[in-house]
Design a protein around this ligand. Sequence first.
Ligand SMILES: [Zn+2]
Length: 159
Amino acid sequence: MIKKIGPTPILPRHRASCHCGAVVLELDLPDGVVDPRRCDCSMCRRRGAIVATVPQEAIHIVQGQSQLKLYQFNTRTAKHYFCGNCGIYTHHQRRSNPDQYAYNVGCLEDVNPYDLGQVPISNGVNHPADRQQAESEVTPAASPSIDPSQAVGHEKSVG
Ligand SMILES: [Zn+2]
């Protein structure tokens, strides 16, 4: 439970917005910022946002609902929302628990998420929901490998 980030107190109802301001959210954060983290799944490693969790009913879109774009991938359980104008990720419905949402801590008004310092990285690569699927895919995908003799030959020709 984090009630202050840098100089900014986290309000019981804190505003959040995308970069261009088209999308404005209000988040009920009675316990402050809960469980801030990064994730290393194929999407999060690209977007790089620090996220935190809120229950579904704590997230209120007060402006820009029509600007929000939905992106889904893989099992298409999680719903990732971003501003269709500036492209900033604002929030998503979680895959591990669809009653929960995560939001972009960097979108919170007057919050610099880097004031949090190091945050945990959750293991999105080995998501529980992927495990069965991954196991069935690993066997056929395991065959392509680098031929070591080829790699050495390439190094020699370069040097
Ligand atoms: Zn925007």
